[in-house]
Design a binder for this molecule. Structure first.
Ligand SMILES: O=C(O)C1=C[C@@H](OP(=O)(O)O)[C@@H](O)[C@H](O)C1
Ligand SMILES: C=C(OP(=O)(O)O)C(=O)O
Length: 436
């Protein structure tokens, strides 16, 4: 039975709140993969607990990693990861859910296992692009059943070792095709020389995150030539890390300050980070907001008027940007995000449909969105099983009475506690009254 739409709170006063966000999905799932092939036991402190991280842990456990919860310093237990034994032999099935990081990062790792590893996921996962990673596995000499479909489901037949060498991949559909191969390539006999063969790669910050993490663990990565990455074979050093907050998921909360003309503060904002969400510091001032970072506290204050923006390759930040843009007084253009059509849902189509259903004026372009000012009214904002659609609906609801968000529980993909965090934010400070 589908649950009733969430009567998302509407703010009747500017917000004044301080919020702490759970750990980063991209960092947690990268460190989990790296721990599974590291040269010793690893510890992840204050990791993300969400559907995507649970799916990643399930996948790595089924390949032979031992992942245990151990007491941590805060509310969330730490994870102790004992790597997959060398040349482990298993036949298993992996549920990828709707997690791009699981469906892209784990198949190259499964190639290092001796056995058959079947991959499948949610109905929405079965339409997400996979062909480039399957083609890369074929170039590495790995047999994959049902590879010709170019989507889930498929099965990887690993032999226990991968020779490696030169691999060409068109990563125009997702940066995750590059990250997936880089993450495990140090464990290939000859490493990898990975070459992107298409026009341009999206979400390049996520590739930089992968490269930076690998280097921090002693892996030799040469990315000095554009579109080429060379990873030398060698050990991945065991590690003990504290996970940063998810700065992309900070987006809806910071947007709440912008659309209510209030202030939202996020403590422990990292001074140096690989997360794309650090770009909120450049993006939100373009909407007219004041942004400061002092003593590790990021503070965003909205102003009376929201300006439209013109932004390129905003990656996973785009749905939040679109939600703010449809409340702006001048038009906005978002470019370089055609690949969002292959995210949890076709985000360009979904954003246009939902914004326009509330009276807005949004349209798709070949590589993005144009959003013009228009008075919005109440209605149901559909989520399409996409966590970032659900949070986009919650942002609009703050400023537009009568907006309800269908399937708010889909936020569990990366932020299970979202409804509570959101209502807690609204109840703080000047007590922005909540109109349900
Ligand atoms: O590697 C990662 O952790 C991610 C890469 C990006 O994928 P795309 O390159 O498909 O946009 C991003 O949108 C996704 O949320 C997470
Ligand atoms: C695109 C996203 O997720 P995934 O890791 O499933 O690709 C996202 O979180 O915005």
């Amino acid at each position: 039975m589908p649950s009733a739409p969430w009567p998302a709170p509407c703010a009747t006063k500017p917000l004044d709140a301080t919020v702490t966000i759970p750990a980063s999905k991209s960092l947690t799932n990268r460190y989990l993969v790296l721990a599974a092939i590291a040269d010793g036991t690893c510890r992840l402190r204050a990791p993300l607990q969400s559907r995507d991280s649970e799916l990643m842990m399930g996948a790595l456990r089924s390949l032979g990693a031992v992942i245990e919860e151990v007491p941590g310093c805060g509310d969330v237990p730490d994870l102790r990861v004992t790597p997959i034994p060398e040349r482990n032999a298993v036949d298993t099935a992996i549920d990828c859910g709707l997690a791009g990081t699981v469906m892209r990062f784990v198949p190259p790792l499964a190639a290092l296992i001796a056995g058959t590893v079947a991959f499948d996921g949610d109905p929405g996962a079965r339409v997400r692009p996979m062909a480039p990673i399957l083609a890369a596995l074929a170039q590495l000499g790995i047999h994959v059943n049902n590879a010709s479909a170019g989507t889930l489901p498929f099965a990887v037949h690993g032999t226990g070792s991968v020779t490696g060498g030169h691999v060409g991949v068109d990563a125009g559909g997702s940066s995750q095709f590059i990250s997936a191969l880089l993450l495990v390539a140090a464990r290939f006999k000859n490493g990898i020389h990975l070459e992107h063969t298409g026009d341009s790669v999206p979400s390049v910050d996520h590739i930089s995150m992968t490269v930076t993490l690998l280097r921090s663990l002693g892996v030799n990565v040469d990315d000095s030539m554009p579109n080429h990455w060379i990873v030398q074979p060698g050990p991945i050093a065991a590690f003990d890390v504290v996970l940063e907050q998810d700065l992309s998921n900070a987006g809806p909360f910071l947007a709440a300050a912008v659309v209510t003309g209030g202030t939202v503060r996020i403590p422990n904002w990292p001074s140096k980070t690989t997360q794309v969400g650090d770009k909120w510091r450049e993006i939100l001032p373009q909407f007219g907001a004041e942004v400061t970072l002092e003593d590790g506290v990021l503070s965003v204050t909205g102003t009376a008027e929201i300006h439209g923006v013109d932004l390129s390759d905003t990656s996973e930040l785009a749905p939040v940007i679109a939600a703010i843009a449809c409340l702006a007084s001048t038009p906005s253009t978002l470019r370089g995000i055609a690949h969002l059509r292959g995210h949890e849902t076709d985000r360009l189509a979904a954003l246009v449909a939902e914004i326009n259903a509330l009276g807005g004026d949004a349209m798709e372009t070949p590589d993005g969105l144009i959003i013009n000012p228009a008075p919005l009214h109440g209605g149901v904002f559909h989520s399409y099983a996409d966590h970032r659609m659900a949070t986009a609906g919650a942002i609009i609801a703050l400023a537009v009475p009568g907006v309800e968000v269908e399937d708010i529980s889909t936020t569990a993909k990366t932020m299970p506690d979202f409804p509570r965090l959101w209502t807690d934010m609204l109840s703080q400070g000047s007590g922005a009254q909540i109109r349900g």
